[in-house]
Design a protein around this ligand. Structure first.
Ligand SMILES: *Cc1c(COP(=O)(O)O)cnc(C)c1O
Length: 463
């Protein structure tokens, strides 16, 4: 049913006048990742409702949520099972601390997360966002080395074009020049290994013949640096913010083996790839990899309330059980850690995965994308068509052979997204990379519609 006809939106009469909302917004709200003069020069979209895969604008127009509201939403907006779990917890209490005490949603969710993640990850440290999940992972890895007396281990190894969030630790291991350059003087030392994303291969290999050359580079770095590394940080299978770069098959398994051989803990940042996005519950499962530390956020609550978790092994946890509290306490914690409403939402979301058979659904959608990819490859201004699970991306380019990007000032990626918006699909570009990352609950018919819109938008904008 069309969302406007379902009658589940709040009564229009109790909603604020969109003009009042816009006036307050323009006067007071400073938007993230936004150059405000450009934002203020446009009429911003005011969202007044959300249902399933649709966002409803103040003027009543429905838009398909092609980015799952910043890569978060899993089971659709306003999913009744999750809503009811939050409301039921709200009837008990909204928030109490887990500093030195506990509550049922935190304890039960920790058990469920240990059950659903790779074998070996047995301990859960909660925080609030993807960046904090990563921050926790970095500090844990560092302090773990310190406790073990390996005081030379002070550096991190990460991937080129990595994105791990916006707090300073996460920015230190990140490598997106455009986002990170302003903060360079504040950052700690991190070595970057070549990205395994074939679409933008920096080693200039042809993916058909390549035998994972980036893994050889990783091995060289590890051989030289292992004794100085507290961890290798990786976004498994898909590097999201880098441009939805899909790694060469075998890279992750190879990287895990190198970490094991060189005694370097592996931190898998599944903030984006976790909870079904790639067609498995966690991307590490594609290559049967168990990391030493796993970062989860975004889809953890189905995309409803901020919550993050950092999981780790007995080995790392037990190092912190030593008898010197000054050395063996992990001094980290956020005031809203393990918020009970968020934990309740996460538990309900895990149940919906089973009820909907979400993973099988995503695998079917991936097959659909695979059979449609050729249509995009044939577009003269689309290059590097790539997909995994319910992630689909390509780059809009001035020329395909030889590859020539558009001048950044043309903002072609943004223009394609603007053209999609007039057709009822909300997407945001990453530079000139155009991508679809809709809620996992998206039906085949809806996905077909999204792909058609994107195809039409590229043709319109590139002439
Ligand atoms: C989004 C993202 C983060 C940061 O998560 P926030 O909740 O935005 O802080 C970290 N790592 C990856 C891989 C991400 O995609």
């Amino acid at each position: 049913m069309h969302p406007r006809e379902s009658g589940r939106f709040r009564d229009e009469t109790v909603q604020k006048d969109p003009d009042d909302i816009l006036r307050d917004d323009r006067a007071y709200v400073w938007h993230p990742f936004t150059w405000m003069p450009r934002y203020l020069a446009r009429e911003a979209l005011v969202i007044t409702g959300a249902e399933g895969i649709y966002l409803i604008a103040a003027d009543g127009r429905p838009f398909m949520d092609g980015t799952a509201s910043m890569w978060l939403n899993v089971h659709g907006h306003n999913r009744p099972e999750i809503r009811e779990a939050i409301v039921a917890q709200l009837d008990r209490f909204a928030h109490v601390s887990v500093f030195g005490q506990t509550h049922a949603p935190a304890a039960e969710l920790a058990r469920r997360l240990v059950e659903v993640t790779a074998a070996g990850l047995n301990h859960v440290f909660y925080s609030d966002d993807g960046a904090t999940a990563v921050e926790v992972a970095l500090k844990l890895a560092f302090q773990h080395a310190q406790i073990r007396g390996e005081t030379n281990r002070t550096k991190f190894l990460a991937l080129r074009h990595a994105y791990h969030g916006d707090t300073l630790g996460a920015v230190s291991v990140g490598d997106i020049e455009h986002f990170h350059h302003a903060f360079r003087p504040l950052l700690f030392e991190c070595i970057h290994a070549p990205s395994p994303g074939c679409a933008h291969c920096e080693l200039g290999r042809d993916m058909t013949y390549c035998e994972i050359a980036c893994l050889d580079e990783l091995e060289k770095i590890m051989a030289r640096q292992a004794a100085h590394l507290c961890a290798f940080v990786v976004e498994p299978i898909v590097q999201g913010a880098a441009g939805m770069l899909v790694a060469k098959e075998g890279y992750l398994r190879g990287a895990r083996d190198l970490c094991t051989r060189h005694g370097v803990p592996m931190i898998a940042d599944e903030v984006f790839t976790g909870f079904g996005r790639t067609g498995r519950m966690f991307a590490c499962e594609h290559e049967d990899v168990s990391p030493d530390i796993l970062c989860l956020a975004k889809g953890l609550t189905g995309g409803t309330i901020p919550l993050a978790a950092t999981l780790t092994t007995d080995r790392i946890y037990e190092a912190f059980l030593g008898d010197d509290p000054a050395r063996c306490t992990f001094f980290h914690g956020h005031s809203y850690t393990a918020n009970p409403l968020a934990c309740a939402a996460a538990l309900a979301s895990l149940d919906v995965f089973e009820k909907d058979d979400t993973l099988a659904h995503v695998q079917a959608l991936e097959k659909m994308i695979a059979s449609d990819a050729e249509r995009f490859r044939k577009l003269p201004h689309a290059s590097g068509v790539r997909f995994k699970g319910l992630v689909f991306a390509f780059d809009v380019v001035a020329d395909e052979a030889p590859l020539k990007p558009y001048d950044a000032s043309e903002r072609m990626g943004q223009k394609v997204c603007d053209a999609a918006m007039t057709r009822g699909l909300l997407i945001r570009p990453l530079g000139d990379t155009v991508y679809l990352v809709p809620p996992l609950v998206t039906t085949e018919a809806q996905l077909r519609q999204m792909l058609d819109i994107v195809h039409d938008a590229v043709r319109e904008v590139t002439g």
